[in-house]
Unconditional design. Structure first.
Length: 184
């Protein structure tokens, strides 16, 4: 590991699926052609942070901890493909307003803490199902209904076999968060 790599981590914030949702997603992958995203790596990115100094980890964990309570139910009913990156994915025909509000809150919190990242002006929430994929054939499938309750700060390590993700911190979004010293 180089000194630069020891001082920075490749990070992102994501919604992390429960076992039932991840299992439903893996069933859809059986029709995919490409490198299937492992069960343990399935997620929906909220904000990609890129390389961040390890010294910013406390701020990033605090940002996650202070995200507002959110009741997010996603109806994943659309298969798609990003040809430039050769990614097969699943998303929604109609993006949840609650998801967009959480994304916006996270972006605002990161900006308030002066955390640099490439903000996506056109946020396209999706779950990647396969990499180095071909365009998925039209296929009928039952929508995956996901009540998203877990948000995470995740480290991404690139390997020859694909990325390995490690959750550094997480919190439940369906619960109010209270910190000592804050009014209830």
């Amino acid at each position: 590991m180089t000194a630069k790599n020891a001082e920075t981590l490749r990070l992102f914030f994501a919604l992390w699926p429960d076992d039932a949702t991840a299992s439903a997603l893996t069933q859809l992958q059986s029709a995919m052609h490409g490198r299937i995203v492992p069960y343990a790596n399935l997620h929906l990115t909220l904000v990609f942070l890129g390389q961040q100094p390890t010294a910013r980890l406390p701020d990033l964990k605090e940002t996650l901890a202070h995200l507002p309570r959110a009741d997010i139910t996603l109806k994943l009913d659309r298969l798609g493909y990003f040809p430039r990156k050769r990614l097969a994915w699943i998303g929604s025909h109609e993006t949840s307003g609650e998801l967009l509000a959480l994304h916006r809150s996270l972006v605002e919190a990161l900006c308030a803490r002066n955390i640099a990242f490439n903000s996506e002006h056109d946020y396209k929430p999706h779950v990647t199902l396969a990499r180095d994929a071909v365009l998925p054939a039209d296929m009928a499938f039952d929508p995956v209904i996901w009540t998203a309750t877990q948000a995470a700060l995740v480290q991404s390590d690139t390997t020859p076999d694909g990325p390995i993700y490690r959750v550094l911190a997480s919190r439940r979004l369906d619960e109010d968060v209270w910190f000592a010293g804050e009014a209830r």
